[in-house]
Design a binder for this molecule. Sequence first.
Ligand SMILES: [Zn+2]
Ligand SMILES: [Zn+2]
Length: 146
Amino acid sequence: VTQPPFETRFWSKVEKSHSGCWIWTGAKNDTGYGMLLRGVPAKGRIRAHRWLYEKTNGPIPPGLELDHLCRNRACVNPRHLEPVSHRENILRGIGPSAVHAKKTHCIRGHEFTPANTKRLPHGRECVECRRMHNAARSRRGIGGKP
Ligand SMILES: [Zn+2]
Ligand SMILES: [Zn+2]
């Protein structure tokens, strides 16, 4: 019995949704990440989102792991993924209260959609908040021409 090529099997399990998320419809591990058996000769299971990210962007730097900007662990869209340190990923996930809201929205309640998220070397920034901040600064005449 010959298996179809790995990549063919991979894409047969991806469903592109209207929201921009590429939803993994195959098997998932107990933390909700998509998994796929790599098959012969390379044995073992791979994390679907990680595999596609590395195929698209190259290897993830050592010590970093992928964070879902869309907060959908089943999503494998590389544009929705951002390499962050393990520590940061943990910090993002743990909040004293409203854990879920904290994950998906900024402190002012703007949603962290891919379009509203600016990637920084050590985290992310809400685009809408940055815009408000800049508008307030220019109203006060800070940062403008002397
Ligand atoms: Zn997504
Ligand atoms: Zn915001």
